[in-house]
Ligand binder design. Sequence first.
Ligand code: ADP
Length: 188
Amino acid sequence: MRVVFMGPPGAGKGTQAAVLASRLGIPHISTGDIFRANVAEGTELGKQAQQFMDAGEYVPDSVTNAMVRDRLTHDDCRPGFLLDGYPRTVEQVAELDAMLRSAGHALDVVVELTVDIDEVVARLVKRAQEQGRTDDTEDVLRRRLEVYGEQTAPLIDTYFQRGILVQVDGMGLIEEVTERLFAVVVVD
Ligand code: ADP
């Protein structure tokens, strides 16, 4: 199964994506996690990404696309994968389409986790305090939500038009959201 997971910063996307991927037995590929790991290790990729992440901007498509292209060639992606945080731009959608097409594959489902934006801000401020993420200060956070609205929210319509979008209410307890998610995505 090939799944894309979408939702604004703070939607609880990472948590739900991890649970769903493990339930489906496919790797959970979070571009944000990969970037953060590279920043922590001080790799060349990390150096390229950090300044953008800290400003709440997207890492350039050329960098992100190359990273995902490489990751999807790993053996563990053979039965499928769950992409969390990719694609996020029109250009990334085109690139992912090309990657899938050349492998003779297609996306099965795009999940959008929907949330109330005030709730999101509250969650992110809390997460920043708990995890000390440098991209969760209030200004940067506002910028990240703005960038999401400008660049990523429009992609949801693209996938809706293709008939593969499912929307899941992301509000409430983690377990409640997971239950809703499994009800629409997991087919036994
Ligand atoms: P969130 O969903 O809370 O915004 P992520 O962990 O998904 O956080 O991403 C953190 C940061 O990593 C983003 O703000 C951005 O700078 C960078 N990033 C992650 N995925 C992408 C992507 N597909 N394209 C460009 N930048 C990305």
